[in-house]
Design a binder for this molecule. Structure first.
Ligand SMILES: NC(=O)c1ccc[n+]([C@@H]2O[C@H](COP(=O)([O-])OP(=O)(O)OC[C@H]3O[C@@H](n4cnc5c(N)ncnc54)[C@H](OP(=O)(O)O)[C@@H]3O)[C@@H](O)[C@H]2O)c1
Length: 338
């Protein structure tokens, strides 16, 4: 049986849907039923339930975006840094393997090939870097799991959100039976305020930038595959191979959804920060080679994007248990039929 923390969230729901699809027995947990952020409660819960695996899909990414974490600092630290530490201790004591959703936002920029090898460029919005990307995208490489996070409290500037996520990863380095799953910007075919394809259609002005992306369903599928295949524990960048600029995504939206809307773009990142954004935004590339080397397949970014836009539609209705999370009995795992 799998225990799913943060089951009511954007990623938690995707895990629940995938587990149901695979007919894997799981217990979706919400703080409203069991306050799993408390060490004693969580320890007793795991000690009694004895799950085979725990998925930590709980966290505080900010609502509606990471700017919120600049003020809701207590929530961000508690959910993004302290909860994973508590869970790590409980999983260590109960010998339970687990997976934690981190984020690719602990990096800024990319590694770029030049005649001397690879160098890190933190700012992908520099005009000369953008020009190079347009001419030679093949020279741009993502950060690997071996690269130290360069967008963290130790390596500022960073958003408060990125800082809390990097701090969590740092404190999990000793955790032996733990997967650290790193998604980048999330999208899929379901119109939802957390989906980047929805967001980009709603921004009054779009901030351009080069990024890696993760299809939500592909991400969840890969996370579960790592566990099912008993791949070595540790950090994994889980993205759809490839990269795209916001302008390319807008073009794909226009092409596939045939909207008449004329999109406006911020003239520069400076203008965006002066007039709209508070927290520094990450533009970065991640390298998924480690994930792919396990044999797990990820669709290329272009294919996943086009497919999502072709299937574009409303998000599915929540299951009954999500409408009534208090009805999730603490010791009654739901089976695949829920
Ligand atoms: N969304 C993204 O674009 C994105 C991208 C990269 C990484 N991530 C990471 O993925 C994880 C899940 O993100 P998400 O987008 O699914 O978030 P979400 O929709 O806000 O859901 C997160 C869930 O965490 C639980 N939670 C536990 N402690 C909390 C606290 N102190 N404050 C608020 N909620 C708390 C809540 O569930 P209950 O209250 O029901 O228990 C909530 O439903 C986070 O760690 C986030 O950093 C998200």
């Amino acid at each position: 049986m799998i225990l799913l923390l943060g089951a009511t969230g954007y990623l938690g729901r995707a895990f629940a849907a995938e587990l149901r699809k695979r007919k894997i027995t799981f217990t979706p947990l919400t703080r409203r039923a069991v306050d799993y952020t408390r060490f004693d409660v969580l320890f007793n819960y795991l000690h009694t339930l004895k799950p085979d695996f725990v998925i930590n899909a709980a966290g505080y990414p900010g609502h509606p975006n990471i700017d919120d974490c600049e003020t809701a600092r207590t929530e961000a630290v508690q959910a993004n840094t302290l909860l994973p530490q508590t869970l790590a201790r409980v999983c260590y004591l109960t010998k339970t393997p687990w997976g934690h959703i981190s984020s690719g936002c602990i990096y800024s920029g990319a590694r770029i090939a030049n005649h001397r090898g690879l160098h890190v460029e933190r700012d992908l919005n520099l005009p000369e870097t953008r020009q190079l990307f347009d001419l030679h995208p093949e020279k741009f490489r993502g950060f690997t799991e071996k690269d130290e996070p360069n967008c963290s409290f130790r390596s500022p500037p960073c958003s408060f959100y990125s800082g809390t996520k990097a701090l969590a990863e740092e404190s999990l380095r000793w955790a032996e039976q733990c997967y650290i799953w790193r998604p980048r910007i999330l999208f899929d075919e379901f119109n939802h305020p957390r989906n980047y394809l929805t967001k980009i259609q709603q921004y009054p002005k779009v901030l351009d930038g080069i990024n890696s992306f993760s299809h939500r369903g592909d991400f969840v599928h890969a996370c579960l595959q790592l566990w099912e295949r008993r791949a070595p524990f540790g950090a994994y960048n889980i993205i759809n191979p490839g990269s795209a600029t916001a302008r390319q995504i807008v073009a794909a939206v226009q092409r596939n959804l045939r909207t008449d809307r004329k999109y406006e773009f911020w003239a520069s990142a400076d203008e965006f920060y002066r007039q709209a954004g508070r927290a520094p935004r990450n533009h970065n590339l991640l390298d998924p080679s480690k994930l792919l080397s396990t044999g797990i397949k990820m669709r290329g970014l272009r294919e996943a994007l086009e497919d999502s836009l072709k299937k574009w539609g409303p998000a599915p209705q929540d299951s009954e248990w999500l409408d009534n999370p208090l009805g999730v009995a603490a010791n009654k795992p739901l089976n695949a039929e829920g």
